[in-house]
Design a protein around this ligand. Structure first.
Ligand code: N01
Length: 541
């Protein structure tokens, strides 16, 4: 990116909207607003576009939604011209795609990079937001739009002695742009979530030894990633619109074959054959083998039994299989999709360290001490996750009406209307995040749906001469209860996970995304638009 293409930094600028975040959501929002003739400034802490795909550059970073679906559909030309090479796209390929989109739609001239939004304050007299950045700017805007992502507030535990460690440390969620050399190195990886599961096998191929520090095991299924064939790409592109429409009609807005049958509709042999088919399909679609895996304890146990039988086939040491077997429902946490994760433990240069007892006690000058044992390490990698769903919002000092902060508002968990609006915070839109399907749908499709919804809302405001829109507390309470109801109906609320915020000490437990399904969610959003915002108060100041 050349400097001339970056938006100029001017203190005190005034816009129709300030958008935070240059990932899929923020970029599409910017595109929509520009098409409609609104002025907008997009601000991002990174030096380029990409959002999560800008920062997560660790070895093996890859999407778990198929590339032909994890991409924009608003432009037929764009989706026809872009060539994905693999079934699941790697981080470099996704970042190249996002950069292409920004270039193709000339978005970067309205983006201010290397700038972190620190605070935003609503002025009740003017009906405007003042957005303050770490460059000492105050941007003024009628609308404040958050496209800050669900998994973009990294967390890193701190350990005693960290400053004395003489080796290198890295964090998967803020990985350097330069390649990291693991040759001949003893590497420790803290965590076994999706990030470690993707990075571990590749690092193990290069390093002298890899120690994986596992506190809680995760279920991993093979992603079955492979190059896309020209035939399947041609097939989809011959009717991309129709393909997208089928995906849109599904529960998660991405297409995969889902059997509407219970585990118990089949005989044990048929059931195993079905699970085998889905193991071969791999990735998140594995959950589509039966319709009750996530809703019925016995069906879930049948799935666990199958999963375990497959892991026993892969791993030579039965003790390791025990250690790697979670004691919670299958799919309760986000299912991990990987390549070569379990196979990695058959290598002589990989050691699984169970830290369920006293845990990682401290860092030492030459490594770390865990469960009473000293490990000599050259490199330590934190693959320790995120303050998911709300952290990227609450890390900004957002102040709404009456001086109420977003931290106060969400002290007992996120409260929203359709995920998009928050009572007490007029003219603010919270995109593809808590209270909407977000992480349970494909984020790119969700970004387009929210971008279009907000675009129409702003059109309506302009056409009717209104300048302030705020959802009613009653509508917010009803929707927040609906998000909870839908979460409680699924087994996904049973375990500790970032979905419920339990990975953050002191965070109120609440299942943050809306799991009631994509079509009903979109219908609710459309009904709100069609009713001309019956659940909101519109005024002019
Ligand atoms: O983070 P995580 P992630 N001592 O929270 C451990 C998406 N994503 O970055 O469970 C020891 O899953 C922690 O242990 P525990 C995807 O949605 C997608 O890997 O708290 N361990 C856990 O093992 C995913 O779900 C892809 O006991 C400590 C790990 O760190 C989400 O992002 C790729 C510890 C954190 O796992 C998050 O994944 C990557 C400590 N003090 C990410 N503190 C795709 O495939 C934490 N841990 C698309």
């Amino acid at each position: 990116m050349t400097d001339e293409k970056k938006a100029e930094i001017l203190p005190g600028d005034r816009f129709d909207a300030v958008i935070v975040g240059a990932g899929f959501t923020g970029l599409y929002m910017l595109h929509v607003l520009r098409q409609k003739g609104f002025t907008a400034r997009l601000v991002d802490a990174a030096s380029g576009v990409g959002g999560t795909w800008y920062w997560n550059r660790y070895p093996g970073a890859r999407c778990d939604i198929e590339s032909m679906q994890y991409s924009f559909q608003f432009s037929e030309e764009l989706q026809q011209e872009w060539e994905w090479t693999e079934r699941y796209a790697s981080q470099p390929e996704i970042l190249a795609y996002i950069e292409h989109v920004a270039e193709r739609f000339d978005l970067t001239r309205d983006i201010q990079f290397d700038t972190r939004v620190e605070a935003a304050t609503f002025n009740e007299d003017t009906g405007e937001w003042m957005v303050e950045t770490d460059r000492g700017q105050a941007l003024h805007a009628r609308y404040f739009i958050m496209g800050v992502g669900c998994l973009s507030a990294p967390i890193k535990p701190t350990f005693e002695g960290e400053a004395d460690f003489t080796g290198e440390t890295y964090q998967t969620s803020i990985w350097p742009k330069e390649p990291v050399d693991f040759k001949g190195k003893r590497v420790g990886i803290i965590g076994v979530g999706s990030s470690a599961i993707q990075a571990g096998p590749l690092i193990a191929e290069e390093a002298e030894h890899v120690y994986i520090y596992q506190r809680t095991p995760n279920y991993v299924v093979p992603s079955q990633n492979r190059p896309l064939t020209p035939e399947e790409v041609r097939d989809i592109k011959s009717d991309y619109k129709g393909f997208r429409a089928k995906a849109y009609a599904g529960l998660t807005a991405f297409l995969f074959e889902r059997h509407d049958q219970s585990v118990f509709d089949l005989s044990p042999d048929e059931r195993r054959a079905r699970f085998d088919d889905y193991w071969n399909i791999g990735g998140l679609p594995f959950l589509g083998a039966f319709n009750d895996i996530l809703f019925n304890d016995d069906a879930n146990q049948a799935c666990i039994d199958y999963w375990r039988s497959r892991i026993e086939e892969i791993i030579d040491d039965p003790k390791l299989v025990d250690l790697l077997t979670p004691d919670e429902e299958f799919g309760c946490k986000r299912l991990c999709s990987g390549t070569g994760f379990y196979e990695m433990f058959n290598r002589d240069n990989v050691t699984l360290v169970d830290v369920r007892g006293t845990g990682i006690e401290r860092f030492t000058p030459t490594g770390l001490r865990a469960e009473g044992v000293d490990y000599n390490l050259d490199t330590i990698i934190f693959a320790t996750g995120f303050d998911a769903m709300t952290g990227s919002v609450t890390r900004i000092r957002i102040t709404g009406k009456g001086g109420q902060t977003i931290q106060q508002k969400w002290a007992e968990g996120p409260k929203t209307y359709l995920g998009l609006m928050i009572s007490g915070f007029p003219n603010m839109f919270n995109m593809v995040s808590a209270g909407s399907p977000s992480v349970l749908a494909t984020m790119v499709t969700a970004a387009e749906q929210h971008g279009d919804w907000v675009g129409e809302c702003l059109d309506h405001m302009r056409e009717t001469g209104k300048t302030v829109i705020e959802v009613t507390p009653e509508a917010e309470a009803e929707w927040t209860a609906e998000v909870k109801r839908a979460g409680d109906a699924s087994l996904r609320t049973n375990c500790d996970s970032w979905y419920v915020g339990s990975n953050i000490e002191g965070k109120a437990r609440a299942f943050a995304p809306y799991i009631g399904g994509w079509p009903p969610y979109v219908a609710r959003c459309n009904a709100e638009t069609a009713s001309k915002y019956e659940n909101c108060v519109l005024s002019a100041v």
